[in-house]
Ligand binder design. Structure first.
Ligand code: CAA
Length: 393
């Protein structure tokens, strides 16, 4: 699929991806969003709807059984799913986050082993970087992998440690896990592995009780002397931290898309409400006080969309300025989404503050986009560093 903007217009196929995803989400995702939130349960029906349309892991290349949708198309899918249900949008988003390290650095055998089940919808893939004491400072992790070379050793690795804030923990079959293989070597002493849910010694904590994205389970993952064959190593020993960062460069674009979708969903709901709701004898949409709030939201969404799609095109091409664009899109779109969802609750007044309307859920869901895949303060650090390196345009 082409990723060109000629002349600065998205090719027709992206409009088709949007229309097809919206249809699936209107019918099969949006109806379950409130329940997934209220009951804090994984939205199985939404997952089924996404799978039936091949939208659950759209980034997986066709050679591994996937839909082979490029980074821009995948961002549009995530945006549209998030417009209906932010929790459900973490299905395609985290499948990409978890499996991208394989696509970037994995061996062919590994890709053939792990990507087809994800493409088929038989497995999901999560990403294990953060730890209880290693959040923003990801390189300070203590999860440890040592060579399994003792008596009866496999020549592989033995993994011990705890990962925290793992999206879709327990639901996913596969996990990309970053662990220290050379203590004292800092970022250069970290390597990446694939761990399976069924590996002996893998277990999960209780789901976290969260403010939002309640339909997407978040939990700790424990590794208790998990023995991994040598072929579970992704890429080279010591290259894990760089791989973690390169992965996030791409997937921060998907969080931007998620934030954009949440904001668009809120604006759409508030715009319809303002056209219907009458006060002082006319629809509230006729009052400038309301018009200005809606207009500001629309402008910010347009700007966030341009930045997100520009970042997605760079992700697809692997441009040198992706680090900047990924961080900038994620930071801008998520800050916009937080403000917009808050403002859209305001448009609905007291009704917006109740669970009778989806706005309060959207406002709660928006908050996480400023936190995960690197807080927005970390994004600003990344942006400033790229500015210094002359790689921010
Ligand atoms: N691409 C390639 N290599 C990179 C890189 C990038 N974008 N960023 C850093 N590196 C490399 C550096 O080049 C360096 O290697 P060299 O010394 O060989 O040059 C090495 O990695 C260490 O880099 P830094 O010195 O910049 O590392 P740092 O310790 O200062 O940390 C940081 C940098 C940007 C703060 C980083 O730790 C970071 O991004 N923190 C946030 C962590 C994060 O985003 N966590 C999200 C968890 S995932 C999540 O939320 C998942 C979910 O479930 C949704």
């Amino acid at each position: 699929m082409s990723t060109g903007f000629s002349p600065y217009q998205l090719p027709e196929e992206y409009a088709d991806i949007r229309a097809a995803t919206r249809e699936v989400c209107d019918a099969g995702v949006a109806p379950h969003a409130a329940e997934a939130d209220a009951t804090a349960t994984f939205p199985e029906k939404s997952y089924e709807a996404l799978k039936s349309a091949d939208l659950h892991a759209p980034h997986i290349p066709a050679e591994y059984g996937g839909a082979g949708i490029d980074a821009l198309g995948t961002a549009i899918v995530i945006e549209e799913v998030a417009r209906a249900c932010a929790s459900s949008s973490l299905i395609p988003a985290v499948n990409k986050l978890g499996s991208l390290p394989l696509l970037l650095d994995g061996s062919e055998a590994m890709k053939r082993a792990y990507l087809p089940p994800v493409a088929a919808g038989d497995a999901m893939f999560s990403y294990c970087l953060s730890e209880p004491e290693a959040g923003s400072d990801a390189a300070s992790m203590t999860t440890r992998a040592v060579r399994d070379t003792g008596v009866g050793g496999t020549g592989g690795w033995v993994l011990n440690g705890v990962k925290r804030w793992i999206t879709n923990a327990g639901v996913s079959e596969f996990y990309t896990v970053f662990a220290v293989t050379e203590p004292g070597a800092g970022a250069k002493g970290i390597s990446a592995f694939v761990v399976e849910k069924g590996d002996a010694g893998v277990s999960f904590g209780k789901p976290e009780k969260k403010l939002g994205i309640k339909g997407s389970p978040t939990a700790e993952v424990y590794f208790d002397s998990v023995r991994l064959p040598a072929d579970r190593l992704i890429g080279e020993v010591g290259q894990g931290f760089s791989l973690a960062m390169r992965t996030l460069d791409h997937t921060r674009v998907t969080i931007a898309a998620q934030a954009l979708g949440i904001a668009q969903g809120a604006l759409d709901a508030a715009t319809s409400y303002a056209a219907e709701r009458e006060q002082f004898g006319k629809p509230i949409a006729a009052f400038q006080g309301v018009q200005f709030i809606l207009a500001d939201a629309a402008m910010k969404i347009s700007a966030a969309r341009e930045l997100t799609y520009a970042a997605a095109a760079r992700s697809e091409r692997g441009d040198a300025d992706l680090t900047y664009f990924g961080a900038a899109a994620k930071c801008f779109a998520s800050d916009a989404a937080m403000q917009i969802t808050t403002d859209m609750v305001q448009v609905l007044g007291g009704y917006g503050y109740t669970q009778d309307f989806p706005l309060e859920r959207m406002m709660r869901d928006a908050k996480i986009t400023q936190i995960y895949e690197g807080t927005n303060q970390i994004q600003r650090i990344v942006i400033a560093r790229e500015l210094q390196r002359g790689r921010a345009f």
